[in-house]
Every structure is written in structure tokens, then in C-alpha cells.
Ligand binder design. Structure first.
Ligand SMILES: C[S@@+](CC[C@H](N)C(=O)[O-])C[C@H]1O[C@@H](n2cnc3c(N)ncnc32)[C@H](O)[C@@H]1O
Length: 288
């Protein structure tokens, strides 16, 4: 349960008969919370009101134990949209890290979906397994967690063309493009989260060179919360300045290549040694 005081400070607990919540602003017996409808108000021993609710997934992922950096809610929402993920989707994600994105993917794909999560570090996989189990109250039947490097995943593990969407969140997603190409169905979506512009550039250029993807699209989401108080309505002073970039593209049919881009590359956008598509059109000069 999530208890929110009148200042907006949140405490999340798992209720246990006979236990007591100790806050800076008094105590609340767990027994007094059990059976309360969500949206009820309870009062601590020091007379402070607390709103009682179940936490939502956004609250949970930001507060759960983590080993690696987690995907933030604003990016998870865009990944679900860019990946065209919904009830019954078949998804492959790697790496799993602490399992934040995994929870969103399992929720979006639902009981009829199938989420395969691949993580090469067993200590991270263990944290993710615990976080997913705590959120869903057990391991969802729709979830398979594989402890290995995605580049080592074989046709026996994940059959060719079996996935609707592949999501890559790792340091070197370009190393895993061949696997994504193999497991995705024609028209399936690839979505990758990268933290830096150098990763963004390398990923996009590797995708273009392979000619297995539609023209990649890149975006970042900037979310600014607002202070709302009478006539004092303005953006909050603090915000999350940068999380990462999302790259998305669709998978080509077997044997098909994307049509050459009609726009000429900007002068200087590619080095002199560039040999990829459109190389014959590259002009020397300053980057455009
Ligand atoms: C930033 S974390 C992922 C965070 C996760 N998406 C979340 O929301 O909690 C990156 C993870 O990718 C894993 N990883 C990196 N390369 C991998 C690969 N080739 N195969 C499988 N896992 C990989 C790392 O061990 C790490 O746990």
C-alpha cells in the first residue's frame, strides 16, 4: 500500500498483520489499513492524515531496488507506443537490468502476450526476477527470463520470425542487430534506448548499413511537471534533464531492402572513408 501525507511524501509498505508503519509524523498500525477502500484517509498517532492507495507502476519502478539504471516511466510509455505493443504482443527485450521496463512490457502485453527477457548478468537477472515477482504477486505465465548474452541466443531459444517487437536497452545495441533481424517478423518493430549521442549515431548508421530496417526514427521525451498553486502556475524548478534517446524502425521483409533515401546526406555528415548507402552522393565540407 502507498501512504501519502499532506505534503505529498509517500511511504510504500506491504501490509503484515500486527505490524506498525513508523513515519516521521507518527505511527500507523497495518491492521487499521487492511480492508480500507483505496482513496481512504487514515490518521497517524500524531494526528497527520495519510491517503491510502495501491501504488501505481510508475511509483513502483522509481522506488524498487535497482542494480542498473532503470527506464523512466516517460520513456517506457513511448517504448510501448513506438513498439506498437498491446494485448497479445510477442516481445523480446534485452538487457533486463532491474526489470523496470519488463514490468511495463508485461503489463502492456497482458496475459495473452509473451515477453522474453534476456540478461547476461545473473546478479541483475535475480534483482529483476524479485522486482517483477513483487509487482505481479508471482512470476507471470507470460514471462520467460533467459540468463545469457543476447548475441548467443539461438533459433532453438527464440524461433526465427517469432517476435512482433524487439527492445534493446544496453551499451552496445548494434552488436545485437543480427539477432533482432532474425527473430522479428516482417514489419515488426525494433526500439532501442541509448543514453548518448555517440551510441545513437553508431546504432543508426549500423542499422542503415545492414539494409534490414526502414529509415530509423530518433526521439527524446522531455517531461516538465508544473507547480499549481492559485495564480502561481509555472513549470517546477526541478526536472529530469536527460534520460536517453529512443531509436525506432520497422523490419523489412526477407530479401527486401529499404529504398535509397531521396535526400542527399548533409555535406560532411559522413567521413571520407564512408562506403555505405548514398556514398556516391556524399560531398566533402562542413557538417550540415
Ligand atoms: C541499463 S540496463 C537495463 C535496464 C532495464 N531496461 C530496466 O528498465 O531496468 C542494461 C542491461 O543490459 C545488460 N546487457 C548488456 N549487453 C547485453 C547483451 N548483449 N545481452 C544481454 N544483456 C545485456 C546489462 O547487463 C544490463 O543489465
Amino acid at each position: 500500500m502507498q501512504l501519502t501525507d499532506t505534503r505529498g511524501v509517500k511511504v510504500t509498505i506491504t501490509t503484515v498483520p500486527g505490524a506498525i508503519v513508523h513515519t516521521h509524523r507518527g505511527q500507523i498500525p497495518h491492521d487499521s489499513l487492511m480492508g480500507l477502500a483505496e482513496g481512504s484517509i487514515t490518521t497517524s498517532t500524531r494526528g497527520i492524515d495519510y491517503l491510502v492507495q495501491r501504488p501505481q507502476l510508475d511509483d513502483y519502478v522509481l522506488g524498487m531496488p535497482r542494480q542498473a539504471a532503470v527506464i523512466y516511466p516517460k520513456d517506457a510509455a513511448r517504448i510501448v507506443a513506438l513498439g506498437d505493443i498491446g494485448s497479445g504482443s510477442r516481445l523480446l527485450e534485452a538487457g533486463v537490468g532491474s526489470g523496470a521496463l519488463t514490468c511495463y512490457l508485461l503489463k502492456a502485453a497482458g496475459a495473452t502476450g509473451a515477453v522474453t527477457s534476456v540478461e547476461r548478468r545473473s546478479d541483475f537477472a535475480e534483482v529483476a526476477r524479485e522486482n517483477v515477482t513483487r509487482w505481479f504477486g508471482g512470476i507471470p505465465r507470460s514471462w520467460t527470463l533467459m540468463e545469457r548474452d543476447l548475441v548467443e541466443v539461438t533459433d532453438g531459444d527464440i524461433p526465427t520470425g517469432s517476435q512482433d517487437t524487439v527492445i534493446l536497452d544496453m551499451l552496445a545495441p548494434w552488436d545485437c542487430l543480427d539477432v533482432a533481424d532474425r527473430v522479428l517478423r516482417p514489419g515488426g518493430s525494433l526500439v532501442s534506448y541509448v543514453a548518448t549521442t555517440t551510441q545513437l549515431s553508431r546504432l543508426v548508421e549500423t542499422m542503415r548499413l545492414s539494409q534490414r530496417w526502414t529509415e530509423p526514427r530518433a526521439e527524446e521525451s522531455i517531461v516538465r511537471t508544473w507547480h499549481l498553486d492559485g495564480l502561481a502556475v509555472r513549470p517546477d524548478h526541478r526536472m529530469s534533464g536527460h534520460t536517453g534517446f529512443l531509436v525506432a524502425a520497422r523490419h523489412m521483409a526477407p530479401g527486401e531492402k529499404p529504398s535509397p533515401r531521396r535526400r542527399r546526406p548533409a555535406p560532411g555528415a559522413y567521413g571520407e572513408d564512408y562506403q555505405g548507402p548514398g556514398a556516391d552522393q556524399v560531398e566533402e565540407g562542413e557538417p550540415g
